[in-house]
Structures are given as C-alpha cells and as structure tokens.
Design a binder for this molecule. Structure first.
Ligand code: ADP
Length: 363
C-alpha cells in the first residue's frame, strides 16, 4: 500500500478510537472496568488485523493511557489509586500488545500461504503443459511414420518404372522419416521413457566402434583416435548403443561444421570419478552466447551453408541421453581455434590386479 493510503487508514482508526473513548466517557458512570477493557481490546485487535502491527501497538498504548486517564479513579490524571487497578492496566497493556502481534503474524502467514499456493498452482500447470507437449510430440511423430512408409513404398515402385521424380519423393520421404525418428528420440529422452541398458563398458570399445562408423562420413577429414594414458584400461558405466550414437553424432557435427581436410581428434580420459570422451575440431568454434543454446531443441546457428544445418535436434537428444545415464555433455572453445565437445559418464574403478594382468596381456 502507498504511504498516503497508510496514513489515511491510520487516521480512520484513530478517529474510531477517539469516538469510542468519547462515547464511553459519556456513559462512564454506567460502565464497569471490564466493559472498557473489552471495548479497547476489540478495537486494538480489529486495527491490527486490518491495518497492521504498528497501528495495533500504537492503539494499544493509547488505549492504555486513555483507560488510565478517563476510566480509573482519580479521573483526569495518570495517577492510579488502587494497586489492583495497576494489575488491570498492566494486564490490559500486555494482552493488547501481544494480540496485536499475533494478529499481524496470522495475517502475514495467510498472505504467504496464498502466495505459495498460487506458485504451486502455476508450477503444476506448467508441468502439465510440458507433459502434454511431450505426449503430443510422441503421438504425432508416431502417427507420421505409417503414411511415410506408404509414400516411400509407392515412390519406390514408381521410380522402378522410370519416373525420376519419384526418386526425389523417396529421398524426401527418407529425410522426413529421419526427422520424425529424431522427434521420437527427443520425446523419449524428455519423457524419460527410453529405457537405457547401463552396463560396465570399456572406453576403447566405444572409440573403436565410433571410428568404424565415422569412416562412412569422415570424407576429407583427418580423424585421430586416442586413449589417455594409452597403457591403462578405462571403464565407465553407460549404455553402449546410445553412447555410441552420441559420440558418432558429435564426430558427424565436427565433420559437418569444420572445413574439409581439418583434423578431428577423438579420445577418452579419466578425470576424477568421470570417464570423459571428447571430440575436438578445428571448425569455426561456437560463440560464448551460443554455447548453451546449441543444446536446446531446434536451435541452429545461422551461419554458412543453409543446406548443411539439420533440424537442430542432435545435440539436445545427445545431452538428454548423457544426463539420463548420470553424465553430461558440454562444449568449450579449443585452444588454437575450434570446439571441444566433452561427453562424460560415471567411471568405474577396476580392481588393480585385473587391470595390471590385462595390461601386460595387451601390450
Ligand atoms: P543440427 O542437426 O543442426 O546439426 P545439432 O543439435 O547437432 O543440430 O547442432 C545444433 C547447432 O550447433 C548446429 O546447427 C550448429 O550450428 C552448431 N554446432 C554443432 N556442432 C558444432 C561444431 N562442432 N562446430 C560448430 N558448430 C556446431
């Protein structure tokens, strides 16, 4: 409330106080001390409940003085004749101040409860709408799959009869199908419905599988794979298939967004309780302002060849998979230019004996 509003309210309550006091002075002879006490208490409590603690306490003190001045003999002075009257006065003061405080607190608690309940309503609505969006996404992408398969099948048949335009239809159907597949993956990741098969796995196995898949699209790039330090085995706890997808996606991006011939380095190392896979490129790098945003669904940087950019879903799916298995996916600038994407998963400590026995066998 504005300070002008507060002052107006205080004046109204003071006027009520003066009115009540005058009315009681007029009929003073017919009143008992109890009546006066109750009337003033009621006034103090109402004022505290409606106008706040400060006014309540002020009225309590004013009532205390007025009670003494007008209603305790000798009238018209602040002197008190009987010790019992002192008791009444002190009891009145304590009761009225305490009740002013209590009422104020009750009011504050009520307001806080209202605020909390409104906030929780909003959070619930938000959660519901996110869930609905995810469910719609899952449903729509699922339903798109069937007609797409039909379109692709028919286009394939027509292409066989020599119509080249049918090839284009088939290609576009494939693209759309891949997009729908990504949407489904995204909805599985965000709804947490994609079951992960988390097992102890070796870093080198994952790098080997990724190297094999990367050959298919590494055209022109020099791919280097390394494990650090090369003589120890690195194990982590992760879903092999999904993590491989993430790593391959990172290599694919590195190849897609860096100039032909630029080297791409991929490796793994243990840092504390994490097993970290990294993909480093000599591409254009990513500006500070975009480093978080590239992990958002549908976010694409508007640079370079427009054909190159995909749907902007790869990194958000990758991050979702990383986090679902207790890891993370981050991006940082690379010394000397380019970017480093780091995928971390929980590391596993191997019993020392096994590790050294295997080491000697491997070297
Ligand atoms: P897209 O399907 O567009 O590749 P992603 O989610 O994989 O979607 O990536 C989002 C955006 O992040 C891309 O559009 C691209 O601009 C940027 N990006 C991803 N990887 C790299 C990289 N290695 N170097 C530079 N920019 C990158």
């Amino acid at each position: 409330m504005s300070s002008a509003g507060k002052a107006a309210r205080a004046i109204v309550w003071l006027a009520v106080f003066v009115g009540v006091t005058i009315a009681m002075v007029v009929i003073r002879d017919r009143l008992d001390r109890v009546h006066v006490t109750l009337a003033y208490l009621l006034l103090v409590q109402l004022a505290s409940a409606r106008a706040g603690r400060a006014l309540g306490v002020t009225l309590a003190i004013m009532s205390f003085l007025a009670f003494n001045f007008f209603f305790l003999r000798p009238y018209g002075t602040l002197a008190v004749a009987s010790p019992l009257d002192w008791l009444v006065l002190v009891a009145f003061l304590i009761t009225s101040v305490v009740s002013a405080q209590l009422l104020y607190r009750a009011r504050a608690l009520g307001a806080e409860r209202e605020r909390l309940s409104a906030a929780s309503d909003r959070a619930q609505t938000l959660e519901q709408s996110i869930r609905m969006k995810d469910e719609t996404l899952a449903m729509v992408s699922h339903d798109l799959r069937t007609p797409l398969t039909t379109i692709k099948g028919l286009a394939h048949e027509i292409a066989a009869n020599g119509d080249e335009r049918a090839d284009v239809i088939e290609e576009e159907a494939d693209r759309l199908n891949a997009f729908v597949g990504k949407l489904l993956d995204l909805s599985r990741v965000t709804m947490g419905t994609g079951a992960l098969d988390i097992q102890p796995n070796e870093a080198e196995d994952l790098l080997g599988a990724a190297a094999q898949q990367a050959q298919a699209f590494s055209g022109g790039h020099e791919l280097g794979f390394q494990v650090e330090p090369s003589d120890s085995m690195l194990f982590g706890r992760f879903d092999f298939v999904q993590t491989l997808r993430v790593l391959v996606n990172l290599i694919e991006n590195a190849a897609k967004y860096s100039p032909a011939g630029a080297p791409i380095d991929v490796g793994a190392r243990r840092v504390g309780q994490e097993l970290r896979f990294w993909v480093a490129d000599r591409g254009p790098g990513i500006a500070d302002a975009e480093r978080e945003r590239i992990f958002e669904p549908f976010y694409r940087r508007r640079v370079g060849d427009a054909d190159m950019a995909g749907a902007g879903l790869g990194l958000s799916i990758a991050k979702g998979i990383a986090e679902a298995q207790g890891g993370q996916l981050t991006c940082a600038p690379r010394d000397g230019g380019g970017s480093v994407f780091t995928l971390s998963v929980p590391a596993i400590d191997l019993p020392r004996d096994d590790a050294s026995a295997d080491d000697s066998g491997a070297s």
